[in-house]
Design a protein around this ligand. Structure first.
Ligand code: GDP
Ligand code: MG
Length: 182
């Protein structure tokens, strides 16, 4: 039987950039859907979902995904280190249709925060979401790409709406965490 490699992945980014949409797109598109629970605690800080996907004949990857709900709220900020403690991977999302100050700069500050407080081996992927809205683009692809290169992050643009790039982004993180040499 294949072994199952589990890992914890957290979503970070300004509200309305599409974090939940990306997760739901990925979870719906895979074969096995397990909605274990949502609305964690009364203050609704995070939702937890799992998804198990075959990597190859010998390995399944089990994604344990924590999607923030209250990011950006003051009361949430002090909880952030608890939230990403033991995280193996972080997906930091910004909206390419908003000026950089709106969500790209916030994504950069999440990267700094993780560099200060998270496990030093955490795999970070920066994602420019809403790539379907080409005519409204306000963040050039190169801006995200260059920052990711400088900070040694994985990078992609994606659209939770069309699904473009979504499975690839989760699977490349999964592969990177499970077999970092590839
Ligand atoms: P979150 O607050 O970061 O979890 O953002 P949501 O997933 O709730 O999405 C915020 C809004 O952006 C919703 O109206 C979504 O339908 C919309 N949205 C999310 N992803 C995309 C995308 O890739 N393309 C477009 N056009 N809209 C999106
Ligand atoms: Mg959300």
């Amino acid at each position: 039987a294949p072994r199952t490699a589990s890992f914890k992945l957290v979503l970070l980014g300004e509200s309305a950039v599409g974090k939940s949409s990306l997760v739901l797109r990925f979870v719906r598109s895979a074969t096995e859907v397990r909605d274990e629970f949502s609305d964690f605690r009364e203050s609704t800080i995070a939702a937890f979902l799992t998804q198990t996907v075959p990597l190859d004949d010998s390995t399944n990857i089990k994604f344990e995904i924590w999607d923030t709900v209250g990011a950006g709220q003051e009361r949430y900020k002090s909880l952030a280190p608890i939230y990403f403690r033991n995280a193996n991977a972080a997906v930091i999302v910004y909206d390419i249709t908003q000026p950089p100050e709106a969500s790209f700069d916030k994504a950069k500050s999440w990267v700094r925060e993780l560099q200060r407080q998270a496990d030093p081996n955490i795999v970070i992927m920066l994602v420019g979401n809403k790539s379907d809205l080409k005519a409204s683009r306000k963040v050039p692809r190169e801006l995200g790409e260059q920052f990711a290169k400088d900070e040694e992050l994985l990078f992609t643009e994606a659209s939770a709406k069309t699904g473009d790039g979504v499975d690839d982004l989760f699977m490349s993180i999964g592969e990177f965490v499970v077999c970092p040499k590839n």
